[in-house]
Design a protein around this ligand. Sequence first.
Ligand SMILES: [Fe+2]
Length: 469
Amino acid sequence: MTDAVTFMGQQSWLVEVAGARILVDPVLDTSFGHSSALRFEIHPARRIDMDLMPRVDAVIVTNEHLDHFHLPSLRRLPADVPVVMHRLMPEVCVDQLRELGREVHLLGHAEPMKIGGAEVLFLQGDKDVPVWESRVTSLYVRPAGAPGGVFIQSDTAVSHRTPADCTPEVFIATHNAQVPPAGELGAFDNLLPVPAADAPEVTGLELLSALLNDTAELLPSVRLFALSGGGYTQLPRKQGEFLWNDFGALERVANALSIDKKVLGLAPGESAAYGRAPVDRERVPWITPVAPSLPVESSDRQARADVDLSAPLPPLFERGVDEADMRLILEELAGLAPLLMLSPLGRNLVNTHTYLGRRVGPSRFAVHLRGTPRGDEVHALDLNSASFRVQPGGLRDALFSIPSGIDVNCADLLAVLRGEIHIWELAVSRLRQWYVGDRMESPVAFLYGALSEQVRPDLAARLYRALRD
Ligand SMILES: [Fe+2]
């Protein structure tokens, strides 16, 4: 068996090193997601044939996010394949696997584990990442006791303190830019037509530089980069594919610009035997390209049309919202209020004295709830009482008088608060926000932290139970 990496779509890989076959963050279905109301289809679409897939020696999960920790896929693997995770993996995830009867190994930072002729170790990322990515680890797979092998970045930043014996030959770089096509808002985009303070216009070259050059400095042993991530579309469709996620095009541009390092933009189902020069590429028989469930529009423009505030925001979940549902929403908002005030967003809001040229009052964060039993309502957080109160006016009034907020359907928010979908699923599909300042200090960033699997294992447990039943 030659050392090789096989791209399975999004961030799933099969890594073959020194005779060991290791599956990383496998999503084996055509799509992932916690609800049938919203699916994330792997793009370019493909089907994985489990009967033809080679037998693997171990499966590794680098973090708990839904495109990495995919319970339906982990269940489909033979029962005796051990699962290896980092010791900081949320307990609620470890419990799920143990309840399924799986053998789980938890490793500390840089603690090696032998798998056949290879050894695997997790390396915690840089501390300068958002809270919901703070426990994501990178993975290093190398021939036991020897240099080389494969480094998988996963959704974290490579640490400046990577151990000296981390000398991979191949670096699997995560492309998480997720730039939406023209006229669409991404999860972190702003309803206010102002550029985000920390997000200059992304160009393909800037993206490639961030993906490849920054890493090349930290891990000079790398001679081959492989691109990963950004590979899904939503069902129902919100938008086409992300900009800059045509891996074939990125590969051509990157290699034309590079002298000594090479870049691979594999399609799902392509495998690269990296020990040979030139790298030997082939299609594996167990991954087949298929047509997407709905046509995907591609886009080569990056320009944001102004958002029409009066346009409908159709809910994902078609269901009535009654008074009991409202009580749950208001209880959760009451619980979020003090957390928000302690967050970077809250600190900024305390120090926001003027907004759009006018002085602001104590209401500095708004939740525009669509479809309450009384119609649409604005609930605003008053910093003096740390509580939410109904405020007269609609979305437009809130947007132009309160310096941050979200716009959401009650039915969809309820799905998050009942553990039917994850906050990430709502934020990328049907939640809109406005804010002044950095996107990592925006309402969505706050909600990612406050409703994450780490902070709300109760919600995560319900999500996982639904995937298992
Ligand atoms: Fe991811």
